[in-house]
Design a protein around this ligand. Structure first.
Ligand SMILES: NC(=O)C1=CN([C@@H]2O[C@H](COP(=O)(O)OP(=O)(O)OC[C@H]3O[C@@H](n4cnc5c(N)ncnc54)[C@H](O)[C@@H]3O)[C@@H](O)[C@H]2O)C=CC1
Length: 223
C-alpha cells in the first residue's frame, strides 16, 4: 500500500479532492508506474518474504538483502535476487522497503552518508522501526528531493511529539503505528497469546520464531 501511495502520488491527489481542487498536472508530474522499477527489501523474514510474493504480479525487478538467503523455491517463485552486500543493493533501488528489526547493528543505519549513496528520488518505506533511520538525515533528504517520498508507520520516539519533523516534511505518507493493528491482526495475536499461554502452562516450548529472549539470550534475529 505504501509503495503504491508514494509511486502514484496518492496523498496530494486526495488532498486536492478534500480542498475542492482539480489539478491533474499537479499530481502527474511526480507519479510513476510501479512496473519495471527496482524494489529492494532490507530484511526478508516473515514480512519481507510476503512482500516479495505480493510484488511479483506488478512486474518489478525484485532484490533482497538479509543475513540469510531464502529457500531456492521461494527465490524462484518470486524472482527475487539475493544481494549479499547491502551497499551494492541500495544504490540500484527505485524503492527501498525496510523489513528488519531494530538492533544494535541497525540503529541509525540509514544515516546521511548512506542516504547520500541512494538513487536521487528514491522512495523509502519503513514499517519496521523509526530509529533505523537518522531522523534529521531523512528530513534533509526529503526536503532536498534526494528522497522522493517517505512512507512509514514507525517513529522515534513514539508517540511522536507534535513537533516531530517527519509530520511536517514534504512528500511523506506517515501513519501513527497502525500497520499491525487491523481487526484481523488483533484476532491473530489474541489467538497467538492464548496458544503461548497454553503451551507455557503445559511446560511446552513456543514456536522458535515467537521468542524474543530465550534462556537470557536474545533470539538470533535480534542480534
Ligand atoms: N509497524 C508495525 O505495526 C509492525 C512492525 N514490524 C516490524 O517489522 C520487522 C520485521 O518483521 P518480521 O518480518 O515479522 O520479522 P522477522 O524476524 O521474521 O524478519 C526479520 C528479518 O530481518 C533480518 N535481519 C536482522 N538483522 C538484519 C541486518 N542487520 N541486516 C539485514 N537483515 C537483518 C533477519 O535475518 C530476518 O530475516 C519487525 O522487527 C518489527 O520491527 C512488525 C510487525 C508490525
Amino acid at each position: 500500500m505504501r509503495i503504491l501511495i508514494l509511486m502514484r502520488n496518492f496523498v496530494p491527489g486526495y488532498n486536492q479532492v478534500v480542498k475542492g481542487e482539480w489539478n491533474v498536472a499537479g499530481i502527474a508530474y511526480r507519479a510513476y508506474d510501479l512496473e519495471g522499477k527496482t524494489i529492494g527489501t532490507v530484511g526478508a523474514g516473515r514480512i519481507g518474504k510476503l512482500l516479495l510474493q505480493r510484488l511479483k504480479p506488478f512486474g518489478c525487478n525484485l532484490l533482497y538483502h538479509d543475513r540469510l538467503q531464502m529457500a531456492p523455491e521461494l527465490e524462484k517463485e518470486t524472482g527475487a535476487k539475493f544481494v549479499e552486500d547491502l551497499n551494492e543493493m541500495l544504490p540500484k533501488c527505485d524503492v527501498i522497503v525496510i523489513n528488519m528489526p531494530l538492533t544494535e547493528k541497525t540503529r541509525g543505519m540509514f544515516n546521511k552518508e548512506l542516504i547520500g549513496k541512494l538513487k536521487k528520488g528514491v522512495l523509502i518505506v519503513n514499517n519496521a522501526r523509526g530509529a533505523i533511520m537518522e531522523r534529521q538525515a531523512v528530513v534533509d533528504a526529503v526536503e532536498s528531493g534526494h528522497i522522493g517520498g517517505y512512507s512509514g508507520d514507525v517513529w522515534d520516539p513514539q508517540p511522536a511529539p507534535r513537533d516531530h519533523p517527519w509530520r511536517y516534511m514534504p512528500n511523506q505518507a506517515m501513519t501513527p503505528h497502525t500497520s499491525g493493528t487491523t481487526i484481523d491482526a488483533q484476532l491473530r495475536y489474541a489467538a497467538g497469546t492464548k496458544d503461548m499461554l497454553e503451551r507455557y502452562f503445559k511446560g511446552e516450548d513456543f514456536p522458535t520464531e515467537n521468542y524474543i529472549v530465550k534462556d537470557g539470550e536474545l533470539a538470533p534475529q535480534y542480534r
